[in-house]
Design a protein around this ligand. Sequence first.
Ligand SMILES: [Zn+2]
Length: 303
Amino acid sequence: MRTDGQRRSDNFEDRGRGSGGGGMGGGGLPGGMLFAILRRIGIRGILIVAVLGGIVWFGFPQFRAPIMQLLGIGGGGGEVAQGEGSVCEAEAQACDFSRAVLASTEDVWRQQFSQNRLPNYGSAPGAYVDPTLVVFQGGVATEGCGSASSDVGPFYCPADRNLYIDPGFYAVMESRLRAPGDFAQAYVIAHEVGHHVQNLIGATQRSVQGETQNQTSVRIELQADCLAGVWGHSARATLAIDEADLREALNAAHAIGDDSLGQTNEASFTHGTSAQRMRWFRRGFDSGDPRQCDTFAVSQAQL
Ligand SMILES: [Zn+2]
């Protein structure tokens, strides 16, 4: 692929090096406080809290993340100081490349939204809203999703509509995951942009009755892979994407499948198997049609 001569997006922010960044889940109530509260309210109190908690948990899924955060179970909240310095000073090429890919996703998704070629989840999404790509190093204090360390990999925060990427992840892909190549990196950005698209069309809030949270997560992740493929299809000409690039993306999709990352228990899968991730990326890439990416319209067996 080639990005020279192409537009660079300005929806880009260099957040610098985050000091701390000791991993997710450092926040929430101070240690021991939760235990002290539970002892205080006694067994009847605990039962009442449990019942109320259950009602909120299952009736209002949108409150799950903040509850988890309050309790200090995953989802961020760690202490990361505001970033210092610049990431792009040392990672000029990665930053420039990311801005070019982001610009290309903007072009593609603005057009897809204006033609309303999208899976339909009940509400008309209107025009595409550009997300902002935040690059950071080590750790980052997000606006809407608490704090995160680079260990979690690139991610999208629906609450602030930012994509967060530590360019160091590209080196991790190359060495530890054996997924090298510029188009493999582009696929990662396009996948996170896919999550943004899902946020705009209302896919993020969807669930399938009787399915676990992990099963829903697999649907969400495979759809993001498919949407990344749609971008690849549409950008093929402008970015000179060839067969070797496609192989890089499929290799990356394979490398980050739950089974390839060492998971053996299917119930714990959150992103899908290598075969599934490759299949859904391919489906988007071959069709170029986001409506082919409706992972909520098929059964688990068809995913
Ligand atoms: Zn994802």
